[in-house]
Design a protein around this ligand. Structure first.
Ligand code: AHR
Length: 522
C-alpha cells in the first residue's frame, strides 16, 4: 500500500539523505571462501499447484500506464485500435496470465458507464485519486479486447468507494449477460454481441486505507461488499469474487481481514492483500529480509481463513490473491510513479515468487503492480521501450506455472537483518516439480551481499541427471539499471554438467544472485 501522502513523507526522507545513507562496509566476494549450505528436495512433499494466476499483472488509469503505455492513439507504433504493438509484444513475452483493471485507487471514483460507446462522446472526468483528467477513451471494451489479445484473464475491480451496488451489478450484466437486456444490448451496439464472460471481480480496492475515496471501517465495508456480492452473483453466479483485504499495515490489518472474512465467507473466493517493498535504508541484506514480512502477511491471512472456515461442513474455499505487489519506494505522484528499477530490485522479485510458491496451497493469484511505465517492468517512450531488470525474473518464474510447489529442506548460514527480528537463512529458496516432464526447478536467492554459498543439493526420490540448465542474474553493481538501448542487467543462461554422487551434487550460488536451476530426473 502506498498513498500520495505517505509517499510525500518517504520522498521527504529521501531528500533528507536517509535513503542514500552509506551501506555498511563489506568485504569483496573473492576475498573470502564460500559459505556452505544444504538443500534437500523430495518430489513427494507437495505444497500445492503453482496456480497460473500467480503471474498476473495490473493496469490502472494512472500516469502513463494506459495512455502512452499500452494505448497510444495516433502513435505510428500503435495499431488501428490504438494499442501499442511493441508494448503488446513485450507484455505477451512477459507471460501475464491475468490482468487487473481499472484500479487501484482510481477505481473508487470511476464510473464505468463513462467509458463505453463512441469514444468522442465519452465525458472527460476528474480523477480524484491521482489528480488527473480521465478522458475515458479507454474503457471496458478496450480493456477486454486488450486482455483477449494478450491472452490474459480479465479481472475487473468494481467501485465500492464512491460507487453504488447497482453500478456494480450493471457492469456484470454489461460484460456477462447473454439474454437481450438493456446492458447486454448496449454491449452488442458497442461491437461485442457475445458475452465476455468475465470471471474475476474485485469488491473494491484497498478499502482499509484512509486515502481511499469512500474508505469505510471494516464492518461497513464488509456489509456493503456483501450486498454488492449478492447483486453481482444474482446476475452471474459463476463469477469469482475477491474481497478487499489488508493494505494498511500501520492499522489493525488483522482485525480488518478477520471482519471481512467472517462477513463475506459465503460469497468470496479470494481475499486480496497488497505489499510494496523497498530498500529504504540502503542496506541490501535488510532489503532482502522482506520475505519475513511477506511470509507473515500470507501466513496470518491464511490462519484467518482457516479460522472462519473451521468447523463448518462444506465451507467455501477461500484463497489469497496478492493482487498488488512490487518494489516501490522512490517515484512519487510527481514522477508519475515511474520507478527506475535496479539489479537488486530484480532479486526482490525472487523474494515474492519464492514466498508465493512456498504458500502455493493458499496463494492462488498474484498481480505485479503494475505493468507498463507505472512501477512497471516495461518502460516506454513515444518511439520505443526498454525492459527493466525486474522483467526477467517474472518471465522465468512464470515458466513454472502448473508445476507442483515442493516443500524443500534448507540448511544455510543465517543473519539477523535488524534488531528485534528473528534470524533468517542467507538462501531464500523455493522449488517446483513438473511431473510430466520429470523436471525439478530450484529457485535460489543468495542474499548474502559478499559471500558465495557452496550448496550441496540432494534429491530424495528418483535419480538426478548430471546436466543442469542454469538461469542466473548476478551483477557487480547492485544499483545497475537498464535504459533505452542500454541493457546492462539481463539474465544469463547456460548448461552445466555436475557429477551426481549419493543422490546429490554441489552448486555454488554467487553472492547477491538469483539462480533458477532445472534438473531432470532420470
Ligand atoms: O499501484 C499504485 C497504487 O498503490 C494503487 O492505486 C493502490 O491500490 C495502491 O495503494
Amino acid at each position: 500500500m502506498r498513498t500520495p501522502l505517505r509517499l510525500a513523507a518517504a520522498l521527504a526522507l529521501a531528500g533528507a539523505g536517509l535513503v542514500l545513507a552509506a551501506a555498511p562496509a563489506r568485504l569483496a566476494a573473492e576475498a573470502q571462501p564460500p559459505l556452505q549450505a544444504r538443500i534437500k528436495i523430495d518430489t513427494d512433499r507437495v505444497i500445492g499447484e503453482v496456480d497460473p494466476l500467480l503471474f498476473g499483472s495490473f493496469a490502472e488509469h494512472l500516469g502513463r500506464m494506459i495512455y502512452g503505455g499500452i494505448y497510444d492513439e495516433g502513435n505510428p507504433l500503435s495499431d488501428a485500435d490504438g494499442y501499442r504493438t511493441d508494448v503488446m509484444r513485450a507484455v505477451k513475452d512477459l507471460g501475464v496470465t491475468v490482468l487487473r483493471w481499472p484500479g487501484g485507487n482510481f477505481v473508487s471514483g470511476y464510473h464505468w458507464k463513462d467509458g463505453i460507446g463512441p469514444k468522442d462522446l465519452r465525458p472527460a472526468r476528474l480523477d480524484l485519486a491521482w489528480n488527473a483528467v480521465e478522458s475515458n477513451r479507454f474503457g471496458t471494451d478496450e480493456f477486454l479486447k486488450y486482455a483477449e489479445r494478450i491472452g490474459a484473464e480479465p479481472y475487473i475491480a468494481v467501485n465500492l468507494g464512491l460507487g453504488t451496488i447497482d453500478e456494480a451489478r450493471d457492469w456484470v450484466e454489461y460484460t456477462n449477460e447473454a439474454r437481450p437486456t438493456w446492458w447486454a444490448n448496449e454491449r452488442g451496439k458497442n461491437g461485442h454481441p457475445a458475452p465476455y464472460s468475465v470471471k474475476y471481480w474485485g469488491l473494491g480496492n484497498e478499502m482499509d486505507g484512509p486515502w481511499q475515496l469512500g474508505h469505510k471501517p471494516a464492518n461497513e465495508y464488509a456489509r456493503f461488499a456483501l450486498e454488492a456480492a449478492k447483486a453481482m452473483r444474482g446476475v452471474d453466479d459463476s463469477i469469482k469474487l475477491i474481497a478487499s483485504g489488508s493494505s494498511n499495515y500501520g492499522a489493525d490489518w488483522v482485525g480488518w481481514n478477520r471482519t471481512v472474512l467472517a462477513t463475506l465467507r459465503n460469497q468470496i473466493d479470494y481475499i486480496a492483500i497488497h505489499t510494496y517493498v523497498g530498500n529504504r535504508d540502503n542496506d541490501f541484506e535488510k532489503y532482502m529480509a522482506w520475505s519475513q514480512t511477506i511470509d507473515r502477511y500470507i501466513e496470518t491471512t491464511a490462519a484467518l481463513i482457516k479460522e472462519v472456515r473451521a468447523g463448518r461442513a462444506n465451507a467455501r474455499p477461500i484463497a489469497i490473491a496478492y493482487d498488488e505487489w512490487n518494489v516501490w519506494y522512490r517515484a512519487g505522484v510527481k514522477e508519475g510513479l515511474e520507478e527506475r528499477y535496479d539489479f537488486e530490485d530484480a532479486l526482490a522479485m525472487g523474494l515474492f515468487f519464492n514466498s508465493f510458491f512456498r504458500h502455493a496451497d493458499v496463494v492462488k493469484m498474484a498481480n505485479l503492480a503494475q505493468m507498463v511505465n507505472v512501477i512497471a517492468p516495461i518502460m516506454t517512450s513515444k518511439d520505443g521501450l526498454f525492459l527493466q531488470p525486474t522483467y526477467f525474473p517474472f518471465v522465468e518464474y512464470g515458466k513454472q506455472r502448473g508445476n507442483r510447489a515442493l516443500d524443500v529442506w534448507v540448511s544455510a548460514p543465517t543473519y539477523t537483518p535488524a534488531e528485534n527480528r528473528p534470524p533468517l537463512a542467507y538462501l531464500d529458496v523455493s522449488a517446483t516439480y513438473d511431473a510430466k516432464g520429470r523436471q525439478v526447478v530450484l529457485n535460489v536467492l543468495n542474499r548474502n551481499q559478499d559471500r558465495d554459498i557452496a550448496t550441496r543439493i540432494e534429491n530424495q526420490e528418483g535419480r538426478l541427471a548430471g546436466v543442469l540448465a542454469v538461469w542466473q542474474m548476478t551483477h557487480d553493481d547492485l544499483k545497475a539499471t537498464n535504459d533505452f538501448g542500454e541493457d546492462r542487467v539481463r539474465p544469463v543462461t547456460r548448461t552445466e554438467t555436475v557429477s551426481v554422487r549419493d543422490g546429490g551434487f554441489t552448486f555454488t550460488f554467487p553472492a547477491h544472485s538469483l539462480t533458477i536451476l532445472r534438473m531432470k530426473l532420470e
